[in-house]
Design a protein around this ligand. Structure first.
Ligand code: VG1
Ligand code: CO
Length: 544
């Protein structure tokens, strides 16, 4: 085995987005593309020689070969040890769990999350720091800067290693430990939730559920949790075998892409509870019988009832939500007398708040919920949290949510995505809104009066770092709001996201359809942003 120094030139497009570097598989397969980015990570991590890293991915196409490359590069870069998931597989929350459990220097997670997989699908690489969470912007910027100066990378010329069996071996002078991550993840979940109670609730026989792993990474974890540890019947987990192309599906747990599950929960003789997770296992969608829980409401309900769950029985230090997420949780925080933080989109912004114990639960409107047990959002954790609440209260999902609205009022909420639109036009649309925002406050737009309008800027309360241009928000005097931003995870053209929210305190109006309740706001958003003119689309690709 010998060390090779390979000459290379920079790729200009290696700037990480909302969650790591995401590109199509053919881009990652270009000679030196993956290697450059990995070398840039090693080069920008001070003191990583001799240290331990966690490595694994969501099992999508190219995962296995990328892991082999990264192992050989890690050995050549004098990393001390790599803990790698069996078969190269780790869900994102399980990777975070391992980094924390073994107190490693950090970890490399290979995932493009909810983006489709396969030879023409997407792939991604993300670096997580020692707290188990996504690297903050100062680290990702340093990696990008390094990638722009790179002239060579180091790799060991060695045969591929066998990752399918748990065990330890050497690669050059580096230790490699292949582990099954299901057990440590299961143990962490058992430390937070009342498994006995949930088990008894399921065993009583009046409750049925369906968990959709969407052919992605959560299958083995979900089977171990729900069918084995909690005793749900075999077949409770559907699409539970991880496939490299996710069965040609789009592993995004929402009403459009998780159609199979939605049809079951909204069909005849539907089960009482349904949930789905995404490609890498950090997102969740929760459904009741004929009932959809908006992720923003899910965060609010979990917050309001957190003390019913053993892991949170002493209450929460605070909560945090991303800016476009609805303000439903703010109302709960106010009632509980705890702080509520508003961060830019992306889990990396929650890390400091969790580390400093300013927030215990966090959430995003994009089907992401989590807590201080790891530093990533965690899909199965959210499912267990809901099960724990159902078992403890004996109430249905629908009852828990509608009673919540009666107490706090309802934040009607919807996101409209315009996927794969022209990038230059979408940028123009955003620039126009940015310029307009200065003059909007005080103006009358239809029936609405603008209270504030800006491009969201965030100052981290822990380290003072500032993140600007995080999305245009236009708030109205009646408490309703619209937000516009461009996705930082897409790989084709641009994706415009429009977030719409209004508040309804009157309990007799809570049963309206969301799109109807938001109808006039939706029309206004289309008009204000001239969406049709800029995108050429007269309707969104995905509505959630
Ligand atoms: C999207 C979501 C964001 C989430 C991010 C990563 O980002 O909106 O809330 O944190 O995906 O989630 P964007 O920039 O496309 O809006 V995952 O499950 O893809 O790691
Ligand atoms: Co994900």
């Amino acid at each position: 085995m010998n060390l090779q120094l390979v000459s290379t030139v920079p790729f200009t497009d290696q700037k990480p987005g909302t969650s790591g570097l995401r590109k199509s598989v053919p881009v990652f397969q270009k000679p030196h593309y993956l290697e450059n980015f990995i070398q840039a990570i090693f080069d920008s991590l001070d003191g990583c020689a001799g240290q331990t890293l966690v490595l694994g991915g969501d099992g999508r196409y190219y995962n296995r070969s990328a892991i082999q490359t990264i192992l050989k590069m890690a050995a050549a870069n004098e990393i001390g040890k790599i803990i790698v998931g069996q078969g190269g597989i780790l869900s994102t929350p399980a990777a975070s769990c391992l980094i924390r459990k073994y107190q490693t220097f950090g970890g490399i997670i290979l995932s493009a999350s909810h983006n489709p997989g396969g030879p023409n699908g997407d792939f991604g690489v993300k670096y997580n720091i020692g707290n188990g969470g996504p690297a903050p912007e100062k680290v990702t910027s340093a990696i990008f800067e390094r990638s722009q100066q790179i002239t060579e990378y180091k790799i060991l010329s060695a045969a591929d290693v066998n990752l399918d069996r748990a065990g330890s071996f050497k690669l050059g002078t580096m230790d490699v430990e292949v582990i099954d991550s299901v057990t440590p993840y299961l143990e962490l979940m058992q430390s937070l939730f009342d498994f006995e109670r949930i088990r008894a609730f399921i065993a009583a026989g009046n409750f049925r559920m369906c968990i959709d792993s969407m052919h992605a990474v959560t299958g083995p974890y979900a089977k171990a949790l729900f069918e084995e540890a909690l005793g749900a019947s075999a077949g409770t987990v559907i699409n539970g075998i991880p496939l490299e192309d996710f069965g040609q599906g789009h592993p995004d747990p929402n009403l459009v892409y998780a159609k199979e599950l939605v049809d079951i929960l909204f069909g005849e003789d539907a089960p009482d509870f349904g949930a789905a997770s995404d490609g890498d296992g950090d997102r969740n969608m929760v459904l009741g019988k004929h009932f959809f829980v908006t992720p923003s409401d899910s965060l609010a309900v979990l917050t309001a009832n957190a003390t019913l769950v053993p892991g949170y029985k002493n209450g929460l230090a605070g909560v945090a939500r991303s800016m476009p997420t609805s303000a439903a949780v703010d109302r709960v925080a106010a009632k509980l007398g705890i702080d509520c933080y508003e961060t830019p989109t992306g889990w990396k912004f929650f890390g400091n708040l969790l580390d400093a114990d300013k927030a215990t639960l966090c959430g995003e409107e994009s089907f992401g919920t989590g807590s201080n047990h790891v530093r990533e959002k965690d899909g199965l954790w959210a499912v267990l949290f809901w099960l724990n609440l159902l078992a403890t209260t004996g109430k249905s999902v629908e009852q828990l949510v509608t009673e919540h609205w009666q107490t706090y009022g309802r934040n009607f909420y919807s996101r409209h995505d315009y996927e794969e639109v022209d990038k230059a036009k979408a940028t123009e649309l955003m620039e126009r809104l940015r310029e307009m925002s200065a003059t909007l406050p005080g103006q009358q737009l239809g029936v609405y009066t603008v209270d504030y309008a800006d491009d969201f800027s965030y100052t981290d309360p822990v380290d003072g770092s500032i993140s600007q241009k995080q999305g245009i928000r236009i708030g109205f005097t009646d408490g309703s709001r619209m937000v516009f931003r461009l996705s930082g995870t897409g790989t084709k053209g641009a994706t415009l996201r429009v977030y719409l929210e209004s508040y309804e305190p009157d309990g007799t109006k809570h049963q309206q359809d969301t799109q109807d309740a938001l109808g006039s706001l939706i029309a206004l958003a289309n008009e204000v942003a001239q969406i049709k003119e800029f995108t050429g689309r007269d309707r969104p690709t995905v509505i959630t």
